[in-house]
Design a protein around this ligand. Structure first.
Ligand code: 2NL
Length: 359
């Protein structure tokens, strides 16, 4: 019995070793361990043995099955490793090949400008913040020192949701300022963020769409003043329009959430009959800005004697039109494929400062 089993074991191990490929190995496995297999049959004989016989034969047959099982697994792993080696040695993948069909779709100018803004401001230490487009009155208006009587709150400007009472009624945000309010109430200063995104106003004509894109910026720290604001905007505009001859003009203005407030005009010049940003043949208003009102800082639970800041806001759609020479705002949201193919950007051309953000 002992020698029989030893012989049987070494026979199976050499048959396994001799298997030429995975299919042959599988055939040996079925012959040995399958339902009708030789070793399975051997295990079945245990039932007919006397307890004494079984005590010596049982462990030996089980050990035989285990060594055959292990040998098959090892042989299989060796075949698979050899197959992988063969593929690695013979198959190549040319990573520079172009895709089979021409790429469909393009990056919308608004998305492109948002990516450019994120890239430029990241370089200045600003994070990108986002928040809900459906807001409450407090985050959109009250915290921003916009009183009940302010025209921005009038029904004709704001899309309100029906239902709720005045106090906690919901609305579509009219600017991205509530994102900054949420940042100020949830993070410790210093804060440096830009908040790009969709905003909504009940307004529609050649220069206004009910949904438009805005970017706002916010800096909160100790000892912040208008000089920081002006340098930041100048640096941003030079990087965005990729020109060094960017001239800023700050005009005193009024926003409820900033004091003092300034409208920022940028100089333009006329090239080939077109107005382009840069130079100073005329002025174009591109941004609103100011020092964050102490009441806004206090509404967010911060001490205005310790923390100051500046903020600014502008329309992304307008920035895109100025930079990429588009003249009709409404075409932005028509989904006209010819327009998108003409003005869209290649999806693999990610804006970088080194490459020129809009190259
Ligand atoms: C404009 C003017 C502006 C701000 C936005 C802001 C946000 C907070 C506090 C204070 Cl949380 N200010 N944002 C400030 C000044 C101007 O936007 O003409 N936008 C299209």
């Amino acid at each position: 019995m002992t020698t029989d089993l030893d012989k049987l074991g070494s026979d199976w191990l050499s048959r396994i070793d001799a298997a030429a490929d995975l299919a042959a190995l599988e055939a040996e496995r079925v012959a040995a361990l399958g339902k009708q297999g030789a070793i399975t049959g051997l295990l079945k004989t245990l039932g007919g043995m006397s307890p004494e016989e079984r005590q010596t034969a049982g462990p030996r047959i089980h050990a035989l099955r285990e060594s055959v099982t292990d040998a098959i697994a090892a042989k299989k792993a060796a075949f698979e490793a050899a197959e992988l080696e063969r593929k690695l040695a013979t198959e190549t993948l040319d990573m520079t090949l172009p895709v089979l069909s021409a790429p469909q779709g393009s990056v919308h100018p608004v998305s492109q400008v948002m990516d450019e803004l994120a890239e430029i401001f990241a370089d200045l230490g600003f994070a990108v913040a986002t928040g809900p487009e459906i807001e409450d009155d407090w985050h959109n208006f009250t915290a921003l020192n916009i009183p009940e009587s302010h025209p921005a709150r009038a029904m004709h400007d704001t899309f309100y949701f029906p239902g709720e009472s005045e106090g906690k009624r919901m609305l579509l945000r009219t600017h991205t300022s509530p994102v900054q309010i949420r940042t100020m109430t949830s993070q410790e200063p210093p804060i440096r963020i830009i908040a790009p995104g969709r905003t909504y106003r009940s307004d529609s004509d050649a220069t206004h769409t009910p949904m438009f894109h805005q970017v706002e910026g916010l800096v909160i720290d100790r000892g912040i003043h208008m000089g920081h604001l002006k340098w930041t905007l100048e640096t941003f505009l030079k990087a965005f329009f990729e020109r060094d001859d960017i001239v800023l003009r700050l005009r005193p203005s009024y926003f409820p959430f900033t004091e003092p407030s300034a409208e920022v005009d940028v100089g333009y010049s006329v090239e080939k009959g077109r107005r382009v940003i840069g130079g100073s043949e005329g002025w174009m208003e591109v941004l609103g800005s100011g020092m964050v009102h102490p009441k806004v800082i206090a509404a967010c639970g911060l001490d205005p004697d310790e923390w100051q800041g500046f903020a600014f806001g502008c329309g992304i759609d307008r920035l895109a039109m100025l930079k990429y020479g588009m003249d009709d705002l409404r075409a932005f949201f028509d989904g006209d494929l010819r327009w998108l193919r003409h003005y869209g950007f290649a999806s693999l051309d990610v804006p970088t400062l080194s490459g020129g953000v809009g190259a």
